[in-house]
Design a protein around this ligand. Structure first.
Ligand SMILES: [Zn+2]
Length: 486
C-alpha cells in the first residue's frame, strides 16, 4: 500500500507543480498581452483594478484562486473583472500539465481503446525530467509565448516581437548549454533520441541530410546566415538599408480622407496620427529594434488598441491597408535586407565544407545543437518570409506579416527546422478549417483572421501529432524504414 501511495505521489506532485507554475506563467501572460501592445512597462506598476486602480493584495494576485475569491468583482469598486484572467491562467496551467504528462508520464506503450496514444511521447522524453529538463523548459516557454502571441494577434492583428525573441533566446541558451553539460557527462550524449538523430531537435547530422560531408555545410550555412542577419540589422541601424513600409503612416494620413468621404471626422486623422508611429514600426521588417509590435498578417491592418475611434472613421479598417500601392516596391527593400544573410550562409557553407568537412573534423555535440537551433531559427523564419515576399510580389499587397516571420523563427529555434516547416504547411489547412467552421457558426460575415494563431495551433498539432505525420510521410515517400523525426 505504501508503495502505491509513493507511486501516486510521484505522479501527482509534479503535475501539481506543473499546474501551479503554468498558472503563474498564465498570470504573467495576462499582464503581457494587456501591456505590450500599449507599449506599457511590464514590470511596473503592480497589478491594479482596471477601473478604480486599487492595487491587488497578494492573495488576490494568486492565479485562478484570486479571481474566485473576489467572485469576479473588484473588492473596492465592485466593478466586474473579466473571466479571461482566470481562464488564461487555468489554460496555461493545464497546458503545462499536459506537456509534462506527454513528455514524462505517459507510457510509450499506453493504449486507449485500441489507439496507441503512448506514441505521442517524444523520444527525448524517455530520458526523464532530470535528464532533459532544460529542453522541457524550452518547449514550455515556446507554447506559453505562442499562447500570448495568439491572444494579442487575435485582438490587435499585431504580434509583440519580444514574445518571439524571448522564446528564441531561451531555446538558444538552454539547448546549447544543456548540450555542453550532457556532452561532458559520463556517456557523452542523450540516451534516448529519435533514430538517426542526436538531439531533441533536428541537427545538421541527422537522417543523412548532411552526412555526405559530415553536416559541416549546414553548420557553415547557419553560422554564416546568423552573422549575415546581424550585419543587415547593423546596416539598417546606420541607415545603409531602409526599412520596408516606412512611409506607410504618411501615406495613410494623406489618403485616409480621400478614400472615405466620412473619414475626416475628428476621430479619423487623430486615430491615424496616433497609430502612425506605431504602424511604421509594425510594418517595417526589421522594425524590431525600436518598437515591438509588427503587423502579423496580410490584408488586415493592425487595429489600434484604442481602435473604436478608428473603426468608426473607416467603414472597413482593412481598406487602407490593402489600398497601399507600394507593397511590391517594399518587397525589394526586404530582399536587400535578406542579401547579406543569404550570401553569408552560402559562403559559410562552402568555407566550412572546405575547412572541416574535407579535413574530416568531428563536430562536438554542443556545436551540432547550436547549429540545429540557428538552422531552425533561420529556416522557420525564412520559409514564412519567402512566402511573404512571393505573395506580396504576386498580388501587390502585403502578404503575411513580419510578426509571423518572428513567430516561426522561434518555433524553429525551440523545436528545430523540421517541426517549423511541417507546422508552416499545416497552418494553411488549419486556416481553411477555421474559415469553414467560422462560416458555419457565424455565417458569411466572419471577420478577417490574423495568421499567427493558425501557426501556433499548427505547431501544437505537429508537436502532439508527430507519430501520425511520420506514418503519413513514410507512406507518401514509400520509405523502407518508417520515418522517425526528432
Ligand atoms: Zn476597482
Amino acid at each position: 500500500m505504501s508503495l502505491d501511495l509513493a507511486e501516486t505521489l510521484s505522479i501527482i506532485v509534479p503535475l501539481a507543480f506543473a499546474f501551479a507554475f503554468g498558472a503563474c506563467v498564465g498570470s504573467l501572460i495576462n499582464v503581457l498581452v494587456y501591456r505590450l501592445p500599449l507599449g506599457l512597462s511590464v514590470i511596473t506598476p503592480p497589478s491594479r483594478c482596471p477601473s478604480c486602480e486599487t492595487r491587488l493584495t497578494w492573495r488576490e494576485n494568486i492565479p485562478v484562486l484570486g479571481w474566485l475569491l473576489l467572485r469576479g468583482r473588484c473588492r473596492f469598486c465592485r466593478s466586474k473583472i473579466s473571466p479571461e484572467y482566470p481562464l488564461v491562467e487555468a489554460f496555461v496551467g493545464l497546458l503545462f500539465v499536459g506537456l509534462y504528462a506527454m513528455c514524462f508520464l505517459i507510457s510509450p506503450n499506453a493504449n486507449l481503446a485500441g489507439v496507441p496514444i503512448g506514441m505521442i511521447r517524444p523520444e527525448w522524453g524517455l530520458n526523464g525530467f532530470v535528464g532533459v529538463w532544460p529542453v522541457f523548459i524550452v518547449v514550455a516557454v515556446l507554447f506559453a509565448s505562442l499562447t500570448a502571441m495568439t491572444i494579442v494577434d487575435a485582438r490587435t492583428f499585431t504580434i509583440p516581437l519580444e514574445l518571439a525573441w524571448f522564446a528564441s533566446a531561451v531555446a538558444l541558451l538552454l539547448h546549447t548549454a544543456w548540450a555542453v553539460v550532457v556532452e561532458f557527462s559520463p556517456g557523452g550524449g542523450l540516451a534516448f533520441v529519435a533514430r538517426d538523430w542526436d538531439w531533441a531537435i533536428a541537427t545538421p547530422w541527422g537522417w543523412g541530410i548532411g552526412q555526405a560531408w559530415g553536416g559541416w555545410q549546414w553548420v557553415g550555412a547557419s553560422l554564416g546566415g546568423t552573422i549575415g542577419l546581424g550585419l543587415s540589422l547593423l546596416l539598417l541601424r546606420v541607415g545603409l538599408l531602409r526599412r520596408s513600409f516606412e512611409d506607410y503612416a504618411e501615406w495613410e494620413a494623406q489618403h485616409a480622407s480621400t478614400l472615405h468621404g466620412a473619414a475626416p471626422t475628428a476621430a479619423g486623422p487623430a486615430a491615424s496620427a496616433a497609430s502612425g508611429s506605431d504602424r511604421a514600426a509594425e510594418t517595417g521588417p526589421l522594425t524590431n529594434l525600436d518598437a515591438p509590435p509588427t503587423a502579423s498578417t496580410a490584408l488586415t491592418p493592425p487595429a489600434t488598441p484604442t481602435g473604436t475611434d478608428a473603426h468608426a472613421a473607416f467603414a472597413n479598417p482593412t481598406d487602407l491597408w490593402v489600398a497601399y500601392p507600394h507593397a511590391r516596391r517594399e518587397m525589394l527593400r526586404e530582399l536587400a535586407f535578406l542579401g547579406p544573410p543569404v550570401g553569408l550562409a552560402y559562403l559559410g557553407a562552402i568555407l566550412m565544407l572546405h575547412l572541416a568537412g574535407q579535413g574530416g573534423w568531428i563536430a562536438p555535440l554542443w556545436l551540432k545543437v547550436l547549429a540545429g537551433v540557428l538552422l531552425g531559427f533561420l529556416v522557420g523564419g525564412g520559409v514564412v518570409w519567402f512566402v511573404r515576399i512571393l505573395g506580396s510580389l504576386a498580388f501587390g499587397k502585403e502578404a503575411m506579416g513580419l510578426g509571423d516571420v518572428h513567430l516561426m523563427a522561434a518555433v524553429g529555434a525551440a523545436l528545430g527546422w523540421v517541426d517549423a516547416v511541417l507546422a508552416f504547411f499545416l497552418a494553411a489547412f488549419v486556416g481553411v478549417a477555421w474559415a469553414i467552421l467560422a462560416r458555419v457558426a457565424i455565417g458569411s460575415n466572419a471577420r478577417a483572421m490574423p495568421y499567427g494563431p493558425f501557426l501556433a495551433i499548427a505547431t501544437a498539432l505537429v508537436f502532439v501529432g508527430k507519430p501520425l505525420i511520420e506514418r503519413g510521410l513514410s507512406h507518401l515517400f514509400v520509405t523502407p524504414v518508417p520515418i522517425n523525426l526528432p
